[in-house]
Design a protein around this ligand. Structure first.
Ligand SMILES: NC(=O)c1ccc[n+]([C@@H]2O[C@H](COP(=O)([O-])OP(=O)(O)OC[C@H]3O[C@@H](n4cnc5c(N)ncnc54)[C@H](OP(=O)(O)O)[C@@H]3O)[C@@H](O)[C@H]2O)c1
Length: 267
């Protein structure tokens, strides 16, 4: 049965998820609200949904997907709370805002926290979920199945796991893009034409990621296939180890987690 799904926030991620769901004909009627109306109109057009020009025109909604930034949520909550009947399922993709704050600010109890990432654009996303206890099993299954139609889904047992994983999967693509950017820049500094340098790096990431995904081998096994004893790769890996590559990843992801806790306190 078709459900009425309101997407509040037609920015980068709201658009990506709505487009993903529409592409696979997930069973939703889309209602799009965004303060800048052109964005709502463009997305509603692309998913064959309806524009909601003003928030107070939302009606008969089953699921509300909140896709604004955490800093924009307090304002949205003030306007949204009086419009909710109380039995809607709220799906928040906002980093950092915990279930109890969402429930308090919206006056509803059925809350789903979701952490998507940008590869959802091409059907290769990672979508993490945490369900509040009041969300029924059929509702959980229906949400997980809808997103699993176009990307991978992970149902986490503890809310803190979602916050821990956010830096790895939600932010993860940015960390990988930064690594690719730096590798490309260094090649250019060493004389390789920019066009070739970036293409080489991108193709290396694509090839390596495809091996990781498809070979049933661990990252360590795949690494060992490249790093033969006494060869050139081991020298580069030694520098990674000596420079504390693991600690850098640990520190960066921990810092992102702590920023989430800070944002939570600002609400
Ligand atoms: N980008 C990612 O890779 C990523 C990954 C995982 C999770 N997320 C989460 O996704 C959320 C959105 O991120 P984003 O990258 O898509 O940001 P974004 O492109 O800035 O989109 C935010 C959208 O929310 C709209 N908005 C602002 N106030 C609103 C309100 N009161 N009601 C409804 N919509 C409102 C904005 O509209 P205007 O332009 O008119 O202000 C904008 O279109 C964030 O909470 C973030 O934590 C993002």
């Amino acid at each position: 049965m078709q459900k009425n799904l309101a997407i509040l926030g037609a920015g980068k991620m709201g658009r990506t998820l709505a487009m993903g769901l529409a592409r696979v004909h997930a069973p939703f009627n889309f209602f799009i609200y965004n303060p800048t109306q052109e964005k709502a109109r463009a997305l509603a057009h692309d998913v064959q949904g309806s524009v909601v020009p003003l928030l107070n025109q939302l009606a008969n909604i089953d699921i509300v997907l909140i896709a604004c930034r955490p800093q924009q949520f307090s304002q949205l909550a003030l306007e949204l709370k009086p419009l909710l009947k109380g039995d809607e399922l709220i799906v928040s993709i906002m980093a950092a805002i915990p279930v109890h704050t969402l429930a308090d600010k919206l006056g509803v109890s059925k809350i789903v926290r979701m952490m998507p990432n940008t590869p959802n654009k091409i059907g290769l996303g990672v979508n993490l979920f945490f369900f509040s206890p009041t969300v029924s099993l059929p509702e959980r299954t229906s949400i997980l199945n809808s997103f699993a139609l176009f990307s991978s889904v992970f149902n986490l047992e503890k809310e803190d796991f979602l916050d821990i994983c956010t830096a790895f999967t939600g932010s993860g693509p940015a960390l990988i893009f930064e690594w690719a950017r730096l590798m490309g820049e260094i090649l250019v500094q060493r004389g390789i034409a920019a066009h070739d340098a970036h293409k080489m790096v991108n193709q290396t990431f694509l090839g390596a990621a495809t091996l990781l995904a498809g070979q049933g081998k661990s990252p360590l096994e795949l690494r060992e296939e490249v790093a033969s004893k006494g060869g050139v790769t081991v020298e580069a890996l030694k520098v990674f180890a000596d420079s504390g590559m693991g600690q850098i990843i640990d520190k960066a992801t921990q810092q992102a987690y702590l920023r989430g806790k800070e944002l939570e306190k600002l609400l």
